[in-house]
Design a binder for this molecule. Structure first.
Ligand code: B12
Length: 147
């Protein structure tokens, strides 16, 4: 049996102008049966937070490759978790997160402690990522649209 579809809010961070990472993830998630709302590059924290409150995604996926993802991510997840409505939503961050290659275990731990549920380096196993998405609690999207 296939896992039920999830609503995914996909976004980069405020400093990051790269877009092919987002296009790739959008296709990967859509081809896996999920519904993707791709906010694109250079997204201010407030815009992601307000979109998430308005659309109630099952999962938020942050993708960033310019090397500032660690710093931007720490700030962004603080803004997300400050909202009562977004305390429980699973949030993953992935890509090229630091300016010196792979993150240290300590940096990865800092991202998790700050509120991310998963951290995926750019060479992460995509099956692990899709499993993370499939594990998110889902409501029945079809039923929501017919209600
Ligand atoms: C094209 C490109 C650009 C283009 C982007 C155009 C566009 N519309 O996207 C332009 C010219 C604008 C650009 C600008 C810059 N870039 Co640039 N860019 C690249 C380049 C050559 C390719 C990126 C790309 O499109 N890859 C294709 C996509 C499909 O792959 P990807 O991005 O790696 O994403 C994959 C994985 O990372 C992973 N992934 C990504 N996110 C996530 C999230 C999750 C959850 C998961 C599971 C996986 C995942 O999955 C994807 C598929 O495998 C890379 C070098 C490279 N070869 O990677 C540098 C690179 C990303 N850029 C880099 C830099 C430094 C910059 C600039 C700062 C340069 C400058 N001094 O101005 C600016 C940043 C501007 C900004 N504000 O962000 C560095 C980042 C270094 C770092 N992280 O330490 C890189 C790695 C080049 C390098 N080796 O130094 N860049």
């Amino acid at each position: 049996m296939t896992a039920p579809q999830r609503r995914i809010l996909l976004s980069s961070v405020s400093s990051d102008a790269h877009t092919w990472n987002l296009a790739y993830l959008q296709l990967l998630l859509a081809e896996s049966g999920h519904r993707v709302d791709n906010l694109g590059a250079c997204v201010p924290d407030w815009l992601l937070v307000s979109r998430a409150i308005a659309t109630k995604p099952h999962v938020i996926v942050i993708s960033t490759v310019n090397g500032h993802g660690y710093a931007d991510g720490l700030r962004l997840i603080g803004a997300v978790r400050a909202e009562a409505a977004l305390c429980e939503v699973p949030v993953a961050i992935g890509g090229k997160l630091g300016v010196s290659g792979l993150l240290t275990a300590e940096h990865e731990r800092n991202l998790l402690d700050a509120g991310f549920d998963a951290v995926f380096e750019h060479d992460a196993n995509l099956i692990d990522f899709l499993t993370f998405v499939d594990m998110a609690p889902a409501t029945d999207i079809a039923a929501e649209h017919h209600a």
